[in-house]
Design a protein around this ligand. Structure first.
Ligand SMILES: CC(C)(COP(=O)(O)OP(=O)(O)OC[C@H]1O[C@@H](n2cnc3c(N)ncnc32)[C@H](O)[C@@H]1OP(=O)(O)O)[C@@H](O)C(=O)NCCC(=O)NCCS
Length: 148
């Protein structure tokens, strides 16, 4: 899985990615996310997710605190879901964070988004007990385990 910038060459295809109808309440449209990224630049970064040559998803990352990489949006196109690409996308985002010396991934999700919650929990995200508006906050510690 590769994370690539959203550019004049791929932004139309990124905007055309979509989730299943019943998932629409779980994530903003990619069009909205690209607008958010423009407004909150350069702290927000929109990225296209590629599996080989295939554009399969999108994420919007936010860098505010030095130790944390915040995942504002994360989606896999409905035609590409269920193939393990969500998990691979998270792994690619974790690599980016580690490469920048960050020790934590954070995100929030709509209560009732069971698939995303299951994916995040399996990846190592834990609920913090906090809410961000109506959304459940989850964090994942990237600090490598220490072996004395
Ligand atoms: C959440 C999302 C990114 C997962 O993407 P994905 O590529 O389907 O994820 P994966 O194929 O890696 O599957 C992850 C897990 O969810 C499970 N899963 C995937 N689709 C599922 C479905 N429709 N029903 C039940 N479980 C499902 C998989 O079995 C897998 O669990 P496993 O590792 O125990 O087998 C995708 O469903 C999506 O884009 N949803 C809409 C947007 C959204 O909710 N984003 C998150 C906002 S916080």
């Amino acid at each position: 899985m590769r994370l690539e910038p959203v550019t004049e060459d791929n932004y139309r295809a990124v905007i055309a990615l979509e989730v299943h109808e019943e998932q629409r309440g779980f994530v903003a449209t990619n069009l909205r996310s690209i607008a958010d990224a423009w407004i909150y630049r350069p702290k927000m970064q929109p990225l296209a997710l590629y599996s080989g040559e295939e554009l399969v998803g999108f994420t919007l990352l936010y860098r505010d605190e030095p130790h944390d990489l915040h995942i504002v949006r994360f989606m896999i196109d409905r035609r590409a879901q269920g193939r393990g690409l969500g998990r691979k996308g998270l792994a690619a985002i974790a690599e980016v964070a580690r490469g920048e010396g960050r020790t934590q991934l954070s995100l929030s999700l709509v209560p009732g988004n069971a698939v995303a919650h299951g994916l995040y929990a399996a990846f190592g995200f834990k609920e913090t007990g906090e809410m961000e508006g109506d959304e459940i906050v989850m964090k994942h510690d990237l600090t490598p385990a220490r072996h004395p």
